[in-house]
Design a protein around this ligand. Sequence first.
Ligand SMILES: *Cc1c(COP(=O)(O)O)cnc(C)c1O
Length: 454
Amino acid sequence: MAASLPVAPASVLGADPDPSFAELLAARSHLSMHAHDGLMVEEVPLARIAAVVGTPTWVYSAGALRRRARALKSALDGAGLRASVHYAVKANTSLAVLKVLADEGLGADVVSEGELRAARAAGIPGSGIVFSGVGKTERELRLAIAEDIAQINLESAEEAEALSALATSLGRTARVALRVNPDVDARTHAKITTGRSENKFGVAIEDAPALYARLAALPGLEPVGVATHIGSQITSGMAAYRAAYARLAELVQALRAEGLPVRHIDCGGGLGIPYRDEPAPMPEALAGAIKATLGPLGLPVMLEPGRWIAGPPGLLLASVVLQKQGTNRRFLVLDAAMNDLVRPAMYDAWHGILPVGPVDFVAPASPADVVGPVCETGDTFARGRALPSLKPRALVAFLDAGAYGAVMSSTYNMRPFAAEVMVDGTRFAVVRDRQTYDELLGGNRLPAWLGGAP
Ligand SMILES: *Cc1c(COP(=O)(O)O)cnc(C)c1O
């Protein structure tokens, strides 16, 4: 009865097979499989973390964070660039993650008051902080001025006028860069491309010279450079970066010809990572693209990487609730859901999923749909993924979940925020408590006319 046979997707049948468990492990040096302890992050078995902290839990490798921060800096140094790295805080706002990166000498790129406060709380000085975003409120700009941050990236003429008035009223001068939209296609997911003319970000590059001159003329503003950020998860080579930076270089030459000061160039973030087997560019390639296009200007550059630094070092640890046999497919129902890790539902993202148990790791695999308990069909992490049969309470790990993971969580379906753990060598610590049900319910109030306390 061919019609009732399970239909395995092409990825399992072989046209473009998913990477094997062994391949996924081999490409992630902070992970290893131990014959007795199962999947380890650095020297800590994930089973131990699950026993102590429960699941779902985010787990970050401090060692991997440090290695990536250093690799990025050495790529920039190697290209002979004068560069500063401002980690894009929105990728992962854990204070422990920020502290590890601050200790590596990284600055921060923030997009909200909360992120600015988090960066300061982690010890990143105002002089290392850049503030981006298309809708900074007056309150946020006030804080940015009070903290005397390195640079506010302006995204519109309207924002420039407002900041000028605010800074003047406070008797201060704000250092600003102009974020330009170079109208290049980063060829990434439509929801994370930011450098096309139809996107809301920055000002059109044609309008930039006049606006930059206006910044120089406005009181309370000191224009220090230009900035761009063309999108996220860029894995399609360096062509889009080169095109954007080449336009930026032309712009800087035009500004200089007008006698306008440009002290540095903010190159944005966006460097992609291999979630599956994408040919992800290395930082050396990005450094080379910057050198080739912007190098002749002889200016220092700033980078704002988020995902590249924080993505691979993190994973989401989850437990199997049950395995359910459907009409023609097997469902693995986990205790993690789209409210924890939304990337598959939101961006059709692929995450490696590894069994944590040593026996599960080598057991025969067959296609399974990996789902959470949330009442949405979109609460599906993977379809037709080759995984072994797993018993209730077996553990699995979603790889490369350190960026745009915990930060995008919600409490949808009244599910508390998961705990966050950091591993460093043989140590681990909870770096954010699992939200309690009291905390989850606690903000609710009944008005007196519904029976609440007057
Ligand atoms: C999100 C963002 C980044 C970081 O993007 P990644 O893809 O995580 O590197 C950098 N700069 C700005 C302005 C951003 O909005």
